[in-house]
Design a protein around this ligand. Structure first.
Ligand SMILES: [Zn+2]
Length: 404
């Protein structure tokens, strides 16, 4: 018997002793190489059974945050401009994190940020309103880029069919957008929010350094979008040409050669607590919560700008057994806002619920019927996580409390 699972993740599921994350949470090392059959590595655990996200959270308690803030001031003073030009770039949809980053950098640290937005696939009403709030109430200049909808709809469809990852083209686009805009606008400093270690990224170097390696957005090799190489896409869909795919492409090393790009994570310098950031964004930028609970979880203020976000989390639940509710409770358990037992109860109630609200909009956008889409979804259920019994799907290797 082979040990290989559908996505190369460990066959035996391990749950973190503190939060509810499992070792099935994947890390795509390089999304531009993701194609059907690609193997991923999962969230790592320490020898005591705690996931790296929890380990990093503990590590945060030992950090001297005053010292880190001093370092932030030092770093910013190297880039701050007083000649009437922008000195840093913040990329965001207008969600709470980007609102917080831009506002605190301008208001508290005297920077002159330019905000840029790579449009979500299908903006929700509240998401678009928050983009406007960011600009109007927070007070920022903003460039909004919206990729060709005909092309994106095709790429999202390919990505859903081949990888069950409908937002992958968006992820590829947004990843390099800030760097591309920084080059165009001659800005040297790009600031992101949460360091990846918050989610248990195995890249431990990031816990010791606030800067990010250029390799993150530079890539000279062949690129895959939605599981297809660019030449395969152009061959298969003859209305798409190279220019149409440009916004999904990483930068070539040639393009960054003469530019000094510095990428920094604000969450390395300032303690990052999503709930506190939410309060800050409401107060300073008019951030609005959704008018209803997010399907599949219990909150109303996280990841509410793209209708595809709902489907994306549902796909994660199918492929990796980790639903939207579990992401939310795990983070809140780590930050001490709820207990593990409360998290289990919330997951029991909400995890894996079908996100009805925008499902049809997403399927329509990808030109799929409901039954076609669910057939595709079921094909992605790995054998070691799901079992079909009497026509309904049972979860395998799940915590007893969640399986009852
Ligand atoms: Zn954990």
């Amino acid at each position: 018997m082979t040990n290989a699972t559908k996505f190369g993740l460990p066959k035996k599921v391990i749950h973190c002793k503190k939060c509810l994350m499992t070792n099935q949470k994947p890390f795509s090392i390089n999304e531009t190489k993701n194609k059907s059959g690609s193997k991923k590595s999962g969230l790592l655990f320490n020898e005591d059974g705690y996931c790296y996200a929890c380990v990093y959270n503990e590590h945060k308690n030992k950090i001297d945050w005053d010292l880190r803030e001093n370092k932030l001031r030092e770093m910013l003073s190297k880039f701050r401009k007083d000649d009437g030009s922008y000195d840093c770039i913040i990329s965001g949809s207008g969600g709470k994190d980007s609102q917080f980053q831009a506002h605190i950098l301008k208001d508290k640290y005297g920077m002159n940020p330019l905000t840029v937005t790579y449009s979500p696939i299908l903006y929700t009403n509240v998401g678009f309103k928050n983009l406007q709030n960011w600009i109007k109430i927070g007070g920022f200049d903003n460039y909004l880029f919206s990729p060709n909808g005909k092309v994106l709809s095709t790429l999202a469809r390919e990505s859903f069919i081949n990888l069950l990852h409908p937002i992958q083209p968006f992820k590829l686009g947004i990843k390099t957008f800030a760097a591309k805009m920084a080059i165009k606008m001659d800005i040297q400093l790009i600031i992101y929010g949460e360091p990846y270690a918050e989610y248990g990224s195995a890249d431990y170097e990031q816990t010791d350094s606030p800067t990010y390696n250029e390799d993150w957005f530079v890539n000279d090799q062949e690129i895959y979008i939605g599981g297809l190489s660019t030449s395969e896409i152009i061959k298969k869909h003859n209305f798409i040409n190279e220019v149409d795919l440009k916004c999904y492409m990483p930068l070539k090393s040639q393009e960054v050669k003469n530019h000094n790009l510095n990428v920094e994570f604000l969450g390395w310098y300032l303690r990052w607590d999503p709930q506190e950031i939410y309060y800050y964004a409401v107060k300073n930028c008019g951030y609005e919560v959704d008018d209803q609970r997010t399907d599949g979880t219990y909150g109303r203020y996280t990841g509410i700008d793209d209708k595809f976000e709902w489907l994306h989390f549902y796909c994660q639940y199918i492929k990796f057994g980790i639903g939207r509710c579990r992401f939310d409770v795990s983070q809140e358990i780590r930050n001490g806002h709820i207990t593990r037992e409360e998290g289990i109860l919330l997951c029991k109630k909400y995890e894996g619920n079908i996100p009805d609200r925008y499902l049809e909009d997403c399927f329509k956008y990808m030109k799929l019927t409901n039954s076609e889409a669910f057939k595709i979804i079921d094909n992605f259920r790995p054998d070691h996580l799901w079992h079909l019994k009497n026509n309904s799907w049972e979860r395998l290797q799940e915590l007893d409390q969640l399986n009852q």
